[in-house]
Design a protein around this ligand. Structure first.
Ligand code: SF4
Length: 335
């Protein structure tokens, strides 16, 4: 062996080899996830990139567009969210959008390069009459040849079945953070409520989009706990959005200290290694992220972005800027 060649797995941590195979597993422990976070940065990125290439074309980025179909006035108290009725964040509560208007937005998103159209409503849980309209939107968006995704709050089993029947491909429902830190962020529901909805979505045969938010004042062990929970689900979410907190004036987290961007990149890399066959999405927070940080995230195995000027109510980079960055990095939209 050339004596300039170095093993990328630190000899001091031989137990890590099992975590780095790129095989999809569901028996992750917190110490294993913590050991990934603790890797020297070059080793972590190397392994994340290697695992990424076992499952994906590293040049492809899946592009989703997110539309708020019902904005504001939400009865939940998520401390990061300007749509909560508990906070004065300047978001006006609107009624549910008309079906035709949502489908027209989906048509425009498709023309701009999106392959998936996500519809978000600020509800604790949808009422059955609201679900009629959402099902019509889902059917209309699907008829355009787009993948469909919705995020509507908690679902029961019959509601999940109705959405599946309407043609829903993905349901987004984030775990947000670790089970231990959850109560610091939300008091109007419990972690188990999230897990129950995920079970109903899975049982209905809908793909799961589930991740979390970092930078909410949680400790690294909470980021470990969040990823360990996601990676220990009976089936990994097909999409794993990793959001960076957008500190919105009027919300309780408006003054939260900024997370070190390299810690954000580490979180993306660990998610990639722990859920090797899932699409890892760079979600909220890109507006304030440098191109260099985003490039590191792609290197760390992120392979999806939200595209479009707004993420529900918070700003997102405009499409021209995203396309220019993808061009610079030699990335192309996933077919
Ligand atoms: S994150 Fe969702 S559930 Fe929480 S307050 Fe905002 S809209 Fe409501």
């Amino acid at each position: 062996m050339d004596d300039r060649t170095h093993s990328p797995v630190p000899a001091a941590n031989p137990g890590l080899a099992h975590s780095l195979t790129g095989v999809v597993r569901h028996d992750w422990t917190r110490p294993e996830i913590a050991a990934l976070f603790d890797l020297p940065f070059p080793d972590l990125i190397f392994h994340a990139q290697r695992v990424h290439r076992l499952h994906f074309d590293p040049h492809e980025v899946q592009i989703s567009t997110l539309l708020s179909i019902k904005t504001g006035g939400c009865p939940e108290d998520c401390a990061y969210c300007p749509q909560s009725a508990h906070y004065e964040a300047g978001v006006k509560a609107d009624k549910l959008m008309e079906v035709d208007a949502a489908v027209a937005q989906a048509r425009a998103a498709k023309a701009a390069g999106a392959s998936r159209f996500c519809m978000g409503a600020a509800w604790r849980a949808p009422k059955d009459r609201d679900l009629d309209a959402v099902c019509a939107m889902v059917a209309g968006v699907r008829a355009l040849g787009l993948e469909t995704c919705a995020t509507l709050g908690m679902l029961n089993a019959p509601q999940a079945a109705r959405l599946k029947h309407a043609g829903l491909d993905y349901y987004n429902h984030n775990l947000d953070t670790s089970p231990e830190f959850y109560g610091e962020i939300i008091s109007t529901r419990i972690y188990q409520d999230r897990l129950d909805t995920l079970d109903h979505v899975r049982a209905a045969g809908i793909h799961v989009c589930c991740g979390g938010i970092v930078g909410m004042g949680e400790a690294r062990h909470d980021r470990v706990g969040m990823i360990a929970t996601l990676a220990s689900l009976p089936a990994h979410p097909e999409s794993v959005p990793i959001n960076l907190l957008v500190r919105v004036e009027g919300t309780p987290l408006a003054r939260e200290a900024a997370l070190d961007p390299l810690e954000f990149v580490r979180t993306v890399a660990v998610a990639r290694i722990a859920m090797p066959a899932s699409v890892v999405r760079l979600s909220a927070g890109r507006e304030d992220m440098s191109e260099e940080t985003q490039a590191l995230c792609f290197l760390a195995g992120a392979n999806s972005i939200f595209y479009g000027p707004k993420l529900l109510t918070t700003p997102n980079p405009d499409q021209g800027r995203d396309m220019a960055l993808m061009d610079k990095l030699g990335l192309v939209p996933m077919r």
